[in-house]
Design a protein around this ligand. Sequence first.
Ligand SMILES: Nc1nc2c(ncn2[C@@H]2O[C@H](COP(=O)(O)OP(=O)(O)OP(=O)(O)O)[C@@H](O)[C@H]2O)c(=O)[nH]1
Length: 316
Amino acid sequence: MEDSNDFLRLILDSIAESIAVIDELGDIRFVNHSWSQFGSDNECAAAQDWSQVNYLSVCDGAALAGDEFGALAGAGIKSVIDQTEAYFNLEYPCHSDNEQRWFIMRVSPFSLNKEHFFVISHQDVTERKLAEKAVEKLARRDGLTNIYNRRAFDEILNEQWLQCLSVKQPISLAVIDLDHFKLLNDTYGHQTGDDCLIAVSALLKNFARRTGDVCARYGGEEFAVIWSYTTLLEAQSLSQALLEEIRQLRIPNERSPIVPYMTASIGLVEMTPNRILETRDLIAQADDLLYQAKESGRNKVSSLIVIPSTAIQGQN
Ligand SMILES: Nc1nc2c(ncn2[C@@H]2O[C@H](COP(=O)(O)OP(=O)(O)OP(=O)(O)O)[C@@H](O)[C@H]2O)c(=O)[nH]1
């Protein structure tokens, strides 16, 4: 029994991976139960009789219909057939109408009686892929406030910068720093400080609602907001409103020399991206302006519009 073809077929039919064996021309010579099942579950045209199917033609057909993974799969299988590659692996999305799915295709060769065959397997890796995506998402969030962290912010700023460059629109960046936060921590404890950071983050989200707007926790008690396609005038009014809402939270900071509740300072800059300026110029300029706001009494916005070769400065 153990030596029989039936025994081997039962083994292949019992595994979850979809397996087909093709010859050097790409003609399918064997499929297991999972392969046929997947075909009928997904309404593949060839589902009825896989022995009539040339798998390379299936890949070429998908490629012609604009499926980039069909093209990659076809090229990969051919590379193993012509022995350019020993094996081929391809991870690809294959979403159905109601669920997201990812698969990995593996191609490996074997020979029998001087004839060459190629095992093609497709394994569902959706669970791992979703876990990876969840981890990726977490890695972009600040653990305390759940808004974007600095890493994600830097990536998004670069993307938005390029967007604004391509449409020749201004981008404004606000760097927001809480005033005398150390006094708040020292007076009321670290937990109260954390609660304050969470409350300010919640406010920030309301100021970053349009497409191209992003807020993030940039450092300890420092936050940043990108307002894409936004002039300094508009950004100044948003910044003033933000400072007012932070004041209106009335988070006690009784030892602050400004007022006995939490305030913040903002360095705000507008640039219209060009080929000379870079995102680090935007950040450096906003940092300088924040420093100026702090030095000139805190609880205010220091702003600047950078036009190549000139700059207009304001404080309010
Ligand atoms: N509670 C809490 N405190 C933090 C966190 N990250 C940084 N801090 C505190 O933030 C404080 C920042 O202090 P400073 O850099 O002196 O700034 P500041 O007291 O706000 O003074 P100015 O910015 O000059 O107005 C430090 O005491 C840090 O320990 C955090 O996640 N939670």
